[in-house]
Design a protein around this ligand. Structure first.
Ligand code: ADP
Ligand code: ZN
Ligand code: ZN
Length: 733
C-alpha cells in the first residue's frame, strides 16, 4: 500500500510513501504521519491510501510512524480543505497547515491527556493502616481515592483540602501514582430552558428568526440586513438556542475578536455551556485546547476569526458570519482564502443554514439576496430606541475656508452640537500627523527608500514612518538639499487632534487609531470613557466603525471622503460607502436627531449623491448596476497573478511569459488583462506587477487556472520572482 501525503511546502502536489510491511493498521486519510522529506523529518497528513504509485520503487521512501489512532481531520473537513486548495490554486500542504493548530502540526497528541491520581497496590492495601491519625490530609486523599477511584489532581486536592506537597509525600511513599485517564464523554444534551431567555423579539426579528429556523437541517444562505443596533445579534442568539436544542453546534465568525469582546460576553451570559473562542491572540496551547473542545463536541458554540472556518465541528448545525462585508475575512497572504465564502461552501456541504449579517452587506451578498428573496431578512430599525434617521450634509471643501482640513461650516456645527451637550465623532482614515513632509524651498519631500510612497510624519513618535513597509527614520526639520525648514502637508489623526484642541480648548478629546490603541483593553477603555460621557470629541480611523453604539454622539464628521472616490480599485467606492454608513450608524437617539457631515472636494460625485439621498440601499443599487455594465464581480470572476522581485524588470518579464503561456491554454470565456505594474510599483524594496484574469463565470476561470498554474511553475522566470495567484481578489491595487 502507498500513502499520498500532504506536506507543508509551497509545492502544488502530494508525496507518495510506503507503509512499512507488517503494519497492522493502515493509516487513514486525515491522520498524521512522520515522514522523511529531503534530509529532514516532517509531519504530514495522509490524503489517500492507494494500491499503486507512479513514483519508481527505488525512489519511494517509507513513513517513520503514524501519529494518530483516528483522523485529525474528519472526512468532511478534509474534503472541504481539498476543495479549497483546488479552488484557490494553493498547495494542499499549506492549506492543511492553515487549518491545523500549530501544536498539532508539531506533533502534539490529538486528544488531551488528562492525568489522574490513583492508589497503587501498596496504597490500596496498607496506606490507611500505616498513616498516623494526625496525617489528616494524607488520609483524606487516600480515603477519597478509595471511595471515588482515580481523580484528577485539582479535584482531588480540593476534595481533600490538601496541597500539592501532600500528594508528593504520598507518591514518595509509593502509595500513589499518576495515570492517564480517558476524558469523560461530554454531554451533548442541552435543553432550551437552561439558557437565559432573551427579550421578546420585534416583528422584523421574529420574521427573520422564523425564516432561518425554517431552514435548519438544510442549506440556505440568509442575509440579515440591519443597521447597527437593529437586533441582529439577538437574532443570532435565539436561532443558536434552537440549534443547541437540536443537539447541534454553532459556528460564529467575526472579523476581529479583539474588537468584539462584548459579543463573546453576551454569548457567555446567555448560554451556560462551554463556548470556545478562537482568534490570533491565543497561544499555541490555548488554540489547541479550543480546537479540541470543538472537535470533541465539548464546546457547543465556537466564536472565532477567519481561520475558525476550518474548526472541526462534528455536529455543526448553523454558521453565522457577522459583519460579512468586512475585508478581514479574506486572507491577504499565502493561502488567500475568503473565510466568508468558504463558510458558505462549508454550510452547503454540511447541509446547514448560514446567516450573513451586516448593516452594509457586500455587493456580492446583496446581489445573491436579490436572487433568493426568501432568504433575505431586513431589520429596518433600531431594536430598543428608535433613532430618527440622521441628517446628511455634504461640505464642499473647495468652496469653504478650512483650517488644517476642517471646514468652517464643520467647526460651526461642532460648536452647535457641543453647546447642546452632544458628543462628536471625527473620522479620518489616516493616522500620524501629516502624510507628507515637504520643503517649500525646493519642492523636496520625504520619501521611503524602499517604497514608492511618502513617509508619514508622526509627531508623538517624533519620526517619519512608512505605512507600507514599516521603515522608520528620524524626523527631518531642515531640507537635506536646500536647508530650508520642512513643512508638514496634509492631515492625519494626530494633527486633527491638535487642531481640534486649539479650536475647542475646553472640550475633552480622545483619539482612536493604531498608535493610540496598542495594548489589549485600550480600545475598550476609550469606548467606555465615551459612553460615560467623559469624552466630548472622539477622533479616529477605521476603528470607529467597530464596537458599540455611541448613543450620545449626535454629530459624525467624515473629514475626507475623497480617498475612496477615484481609486483604480473597483471595490474602493463600496468600501468607502460601507465605512461612511458604519461610522454614521453609531450615532443618534430618538430624542436627539443626529447629523452626518461629509467633507469632500467632489460634492457632485454620483456615489456620494446616491448615498446621501437614498442611503446604502440606493448606493448599492447604483454600484451593482455599474458593476454589471463594466463586467466586474459579482457579474464576473477574477483571479490576479502577482509577481514581485528586487530586480525592476523581472516581474513584468515573468508576467509576459505567463501571458504567453496563458494564450496556449483553454481560454474560452476568459480574458487576460495586463500585465501592468502595480499601482504602488515598488514596495518594501520589491518591484511589483500583476496580470488580471477575468471570466464570465466560475467554471471557465477554474478550467483555465487548472491548466495555467501548473504550467507557470515550469517557467524559468518563475524561480526568479515571487509570484502568487489570488482567486477572488478583493484588492486590485
Ligand atoms: P445588532 O447586532 O444589530 O447591532 P443587537 O442585537 O446588539 O443589534 O441589539 C441592540 C440592542 O438592542 C442590544 O442592547 C440588545 O440587547 C437590544 N435588543 C435587541 N433586540 C431586542 C428586543 N427584541 N427587545 C429588546 N431589546 C432588544
Ligand atoms: Zn529644499
Ligand atoms: Zn516603505
Amino acid at each position: 500500500m502507498f500513502l499520498a501525503v500532504a506536506i507543508d511546502t509551497p509545492l502544488r502536489r502530494t508525496f507518495d510513501y510506503r507503509v512499512p510491511s507488517g503494519t497492522a493498521r493502515l493509516p487513514e486519510p486525515g491522520m498524521r504521519v512522520r515522514v522523511p522529506f529531503g534530509r529532514r523529518r516532517v509531519i504530514g497528513i495522509v490524503l489517500e491510501c492507494r494500491a499503486h504509485s507512479e513514483v519508481p520503487a527505488s525512489k519511494l521512501r517509507t513513513i517513520d510512524a503514524t501519529l494518530d489512532e483516528e483522523p485529525v481531520l474528519d472526512q468532511h473537513l478534509l474534503q472541504l480543505l481539498r476543495w479549497a486548495a483546488d479552488y484557490y490554486r494553493h498547495p494542499i500542504g499549506e492549506v492543511l497547515a492553515t487549518a491545523l493548530p500549530a501544536a498539532l502540526r508539531q506533533g502534539a497528541p490529538l486528544r488531551e491527556e488528562r492525568f489522574a491520581w490513583a492508589l497503587t497496590e501498596l496504597g490500596r492495601s496498607v496506606a490507611l493502616s500505616e498513616l498516623p491519625a494526625r496525617a489528616v490530609r494524607q488520609r483524606a486523599i487516600v480515603t477519597h481515592l478509595l471511595q471515588h477511584g482515580p481523580t484528577p489532581r485539582d479535584e482531588l486536592l480540593s476534595a481533600a483540602g490538601a496541597g500539592a506537597d501532600t500528594l508528593r509525600t504520598l507518591a514518595e511513599r509509593g502509595f500513589l501514582e499518576q495515570i492517564v485517564c480517558p476524558r469523560p464523554i461530554p454531554s451533548t444534551s442541552y435543553s432550551a430552558s437552561e439558557h437565559a431567555a432573551g427579550p421578546a423579539l420585534n416583528q422584523a426579528q421574529q420574521q427573520a428568526l422564523d425564516r432561518i429556523a425554517g431552514t435548519l437541517g438544510t442549506f440556505a444562505t440568509h442575509l440579515l440586513y440591519g443597521v447597527t443596533g437593529s437586533g441582529k445579534t439577538e437574532v443570532y442568539l435565539q436561532i443558536i438556542a434552537r440549534v443547541l436544542a437540536r443537539g447541534e453546534q454553532a459556528l460564529v465568525l467575526v472579523p476581529e475578536i479583539a474588537l468584539t469582546p462584548q459579543l463573546v460576553a453576551r454569548f457567555r451570559a446567555r448560554f451556560p455551556l462551554p463556548i470556545a473562542v478562537m482568534h490570533s491572540g491565543l497561544n499555541d496551547s490555548e488554540r489547541l485546547q479550543a480546537w479540541r473542545a470543538a472537535r470533541e463536541g465539548t464546546a457547543r458554540i465556537v466564536i472565532g476569526t477567519r481561520s475558525a472556518v476550518f474548526c472541526p465541528l462534528p455536529q455543526l448545525g448553523l454558521i453565522v458570519v457577522d459583519e460579512e462585508h468586512d475585508a478581514s475575512f479574506k486572507q491577504h497572504e499565502g493561502f488567500r482564502y475568503s473565510a466568508r465564502d468558504l463558510a458558505i461552501v462549508r454550510a452547503q456541504r454540511a447541509r446547514v443554514p448560514i446567516v450573513l449579517g451586516s448593516a452594509t452587506p457586500s455587493l456580492e451578498t446583496l446581489h445573491r439576496a436579490r436572487q433568493r428573496p426568501e432568504w433575505l431578512s431586513v431589520l429596518p430599525e433600531r431594536a430598543v430606541e428608535r433613532a430618527q434617521p440622521p441628517r446628511w450634509v455634504l461640505i464642499d471643501l473647495r468652496r469653504n475656508v478650512h483650517t488644517n482640513g476642517i471646514a468652517t461650516p464643520t467647526l460651526l456645527a461642532m460648536q452647535r452640537h457641543l453647546d447642546a451637550g452632544g458628543q462628536i465623532m471625527l473620522f479620518l482614515n489616516r493616522r500620524g500627523y501629516a502624510p507628507v513632509l515637504f520643503c517649500p524651498g525646493c519642492g523636496w519631500s520625504a520619501k521611503c527608500k524602499r517604497c514608492d510612497a511618502h513617509l508619514t510624519l508622526h509627531e508623538r513618535a517624533n519620526a517619519l514612518l512608512c505605512h507600507h513597509c514599516g521603515a522608520q527614520r528620524p524626523r527631518i526639520d531642515r531640507c537635506p538639499s536646500c536647508s530650508a525648514a520642512t513643512k508638514p502637508v496634509g492631515q492625519g489623526t494626530e494633527r486633527i487632534e491638535e487642531t481640534i484642541a486649539q479650536a475647542f480648548p475646553s472640550a475633552s478629546l480622545a483619539r482612536l487609531d493604531r498608535d493610540s490603541v496598542r495594548r489589549k483593553g485600550d480600545l475598550e477603555a476609550v469606548f467606555s470613557r465615551v459612553n460615560r460621557r467623559e469624552v466630548d470629541i472622539l477622533i479616529g480611523t477605521q476603528m470607529l466603525t467597530k464596537g458599540h453604539d455611541f448613543p450620545n454622539v449626535t454629530l459624525v464628521v467624515v473629514l475626507n471622503a475623497d480617498q475612496g472616490l477615484f481609486s483604480t480599485d473597483f471595490r474602493a467606492s463600496e468600501r468607502l460607502a460601507q465605512t461612511i454608513v458604519q461610522v454614521a450608524g453609531r450615532a443618534g437617539r430618538a430624542d436627539r436627531p443626529g447629523e452626518v457631515l461629509i467633507q469632500t472636494e467632489y460634492p457632485d460625485h454620483p456615489l456620494l449623491t446616491l448615498l446621501l439621498r437614498g442611503g446604502y440601499d440606493a448606493f448599492a443599487a447604483g454600484a451593482i448596476a455599474e458593476r454589471q455594465q463594466s463586467h466586474w464581480p459579482p457579474f464576473s470572476r477574477l483571479a490576479l497573478l502577482r509577481a514581485e522581485a528586487t530586480n525592476s524588470s523581472l516581474p513584468l518579464s515573468f508576467l509576459e511569459a505567463a501571458l504567453e503561456l496563458g494564450r496556449n491554454q483553454d481560454t474560452r470565456g476568459v480574458r487576460l488583462l495586463g500585465p501592468a505594474p502595480a499601482t504602488m510599483e515598488r514596495r518594501a524594496g520589491k518591484h511589483r506587477a500583476q496580470l488580471l484574469v477575468q471570466a464570465g463565470a466560475h467554471a471557465p476561470l477554474q478550467r483555465f487556472l487548472q491548466g495555467w498554474i501548473p504550467a507557470l511553475e515550469t517557467l524559468p522566470l518563475a524561480k526568479r520572482v515571487r509570484w502568487s495567484i489570488d482567486v477572488d481578489p478583493i484588492e486590485l491595487l
